[in-house]
Each structure stands twice: as C-alpha cells, then as structure tokens.
Write a protein that binds this ligand. Structure first.
Ligand SMILES: Nc1ncnc2c1ncn2[C@@H]1O[C@H](COP(=O)(O)OP(=O)(O)O)[C@@H](O)[C@H]1O
Ligand SMILES: [Mg+2]
Length: 284
C-alpha cells in the first residue's frame, strides 16, 4: 500500500512584490519514492519546497505531513523540520559553521542529542557522502562540489524521513554530478523519501519513479517518466526538451533499425541492450 507522506492541496502563494508564485497546486509525495518536480526556471519549485517544511505559509490551501495539516506553531514546525530536510540549491546559503565537522554537528546538537550521539551521526553522514577527509577543513575554502556534499551530509545527520533536494546537480562538473546522483540512489535505498527539483530532463527520465511537471505555479502534468516523456504536447507546453535516450530511441524506431520494446530504455546500457538484439529482432 502506498502512503502519502507529504501533500499539498489547492496551494496559492504570492510574494510581497505581488508575484504569484503558486497558483493552485495539488500534489502528493509517496513515502519511499523518488519524486521529481520538473519545470523551467521560475515555475515555482523552490517556493513550493519552502512550504513543505513550513518556512512559507500558504496564502490559501493546505500542506499535510503524514496526513496531518501543518500548524504554524513552534512545536509543530520543529517536528516538521526534523522530518523534512531541505538541501538548498546554493550550498553557500546553507553552510555557516567554521569547519566541516562543526557544520554537520549543528543539526543533531540542535535536535537535543548528546555530544556522543551527535558525533556518531556526523561520522556516519561524512562517511556516506565521502567527505571524512575534509572534517577539519574550513567550509568556505572547499570546492563547490565538496560544499554540496557537506550540505547533503548536514541534512543526512538529522535523519529526516523526507529529503528535498533543490536542483542538486546544478553547476556541478560531470564527475561531481555522477557522485551526487549515486549518493541520491544510496540514500533512497535506505528507505528515505526523496523529492528533487530540476529542469534536467535526462536526470528526471533516468532517475525518477514519479514526475510532477510544474509551469508558472501550476501542475501541468504528472506520471511515470515514460508517460511524461511520451507526451509531446505536455513537453512543449512546459518548455521541456526530450531526454536524449528517448530522442535516439525514437530515431532508431523511425528508421526501422529496432522494433518497439515493451519498455523504453531508461539508461545507456538498456539502449545498448536493445541495439544488441537488433538482428534477431529485425529478421525474426
Ligand atoms: N523572494 C522573491 N520575491 C519575489 N518573487 C520571487 C521571489 N522568489 C521567487 N520569486 C518569483 O516566484 C516565481 C517562482 O520562483 P521559484 O519558486 O524560485 O521558481 P523555481 O525554483 O522553479 O525556479 C518566479 O516568478 C520568481 O521570479
Ligand atoms: Mg528554484
């Protein structure tokens, strides 16, 4: 049975300058799944995320955590933020302590854990993100990719039920990109619910269990990656390109070099597999 861990219903939010960032959003995030919010810049992804942990209060509509409507008092917000962690897009807005160890300790100590419990969580988070060797380094002197991993370790050490990643692969070089994607996979395998925003269609296509497409503060489509990326009208409406894997697959199909497979290839390896069976398929 699936459980909706986070839900928003008919959510509206306007910034002080009058910008209508969210215009009636209804969606649900399922426990244990990898959900992607896909949308161009300005679609409302970051604004929505700040409603998930109660930093912003909706102008209209409801946010629910584990079925319970969010209340905007200290006790509820403390519980919510312990369970819904956000890794911000720019690590410089998140990191503020002098060195890496202190930075990652801040959250667990703030939760009221003992020094020893906090230390264990920090060690574990550093090991998972591969930054143990950076423990005594000043955070402000790290490379962008290293800062990103410290920002992720920060949130892991809090052990939240849901981790939200706001454009986690933006501005990363290819090696750091691969590292972060592998890390996201590991974190999800431990049973955590992940929600990620991006406009990277290749990442969304290969990584997500479920995709919700946003445009100008509204949900314009949702479904599995196959459903989303087979819908040309939706992609055009949302200003999104096709993932390269789907483009290549469509071309091969169009030219009659392969036969339609039951499922679209979701990785380079799966596409090669389809190509590997080309002869048997086309002469069968
Ligand atoms: N602090 C702010 N003040 C006014 N408008 C904002 C602010 N932050 C974002 N916006 C506007 O709200 C809309 C949604 O922005 P945002 O949630 O940042 O989108 P995304 O994360 O999808 O790029 C955009 O039109 C953006 O310009
Ligand atoms: Mg954003």
């Amino acid at each position: 049975m699936t459980e909706k861990i986070l839900e928003v219903e008919d959510l509206y939010f306007k910034y002080e300058d009058g910008t209508e960032a969210l215009r009636g959003i209804t969606l649900a995030i399922e426990r244990g799944k990898k959900t992607i919010l896909l949308g161009a810049n300005g679609a409302g992804k970051s604004t929505l995320f700040l409603h998930f942990n109660g930093v912003y209060r909706p102008e209209r509509g409801v946010v629910r955590f584990q079925g319970e409507p969010v209340k905007y008092n200290n006790a509820f917000l403390k519980k919510l933020r312990k369970n819904v962690g956000i890794v911000f897009q720019d690590p410089d807005t998140q990191l503020f302590s002098a060195n890496v160890f202190q930075e990652i300790s801040f959250g667990p100590l703030n939760l009221g854990l003992s020094q020893e419990e906090a230390r264990q969580r920090v060690e574990q988070a550093m090991a998972e993100t591969g930054i143990t060797h950076l423990r005594d380094r000043p955070t402000h002197l790290l490379s962008y990719g290293e800062k990103k991993r410290v920002a992720i370790a920060d949130i892991l050490a809090m052990q939240p039920e849901v981790i939200i990643f706001d454009e986690p692969t933006a501005w990363l070089d290819p090696a750091s990109h691969r590292q972060v994607v592998a890390l996201l996979e590991d974190i999800n395998r431990q049973g955590r619910t992940l929600v990620l925003s991006t406009h990277d269609v290749d990442l969304a296509y290969s990584w997500a269990d479920y995709i919700i497409v946003l445009k100008e503060g509204r949900v314009v489509g949702e479904g599995t990656p196959e459903i989303i990326f087979r819908n040309d009208t939706l992609l055009e409406t949302a200003g999104l390109a096709k993932p390269w894997l789907v483009e290549v697959y469509d071309q091969l199909l169009h030219k009659g070099w392969i036969r339609e497979t039951e499922q679209l290839p979701r990785s380079k390896e799966e596409l090669f597999h389809v190509l590997g069976h080309r002869k048997t398929v086309s002469f069968a």
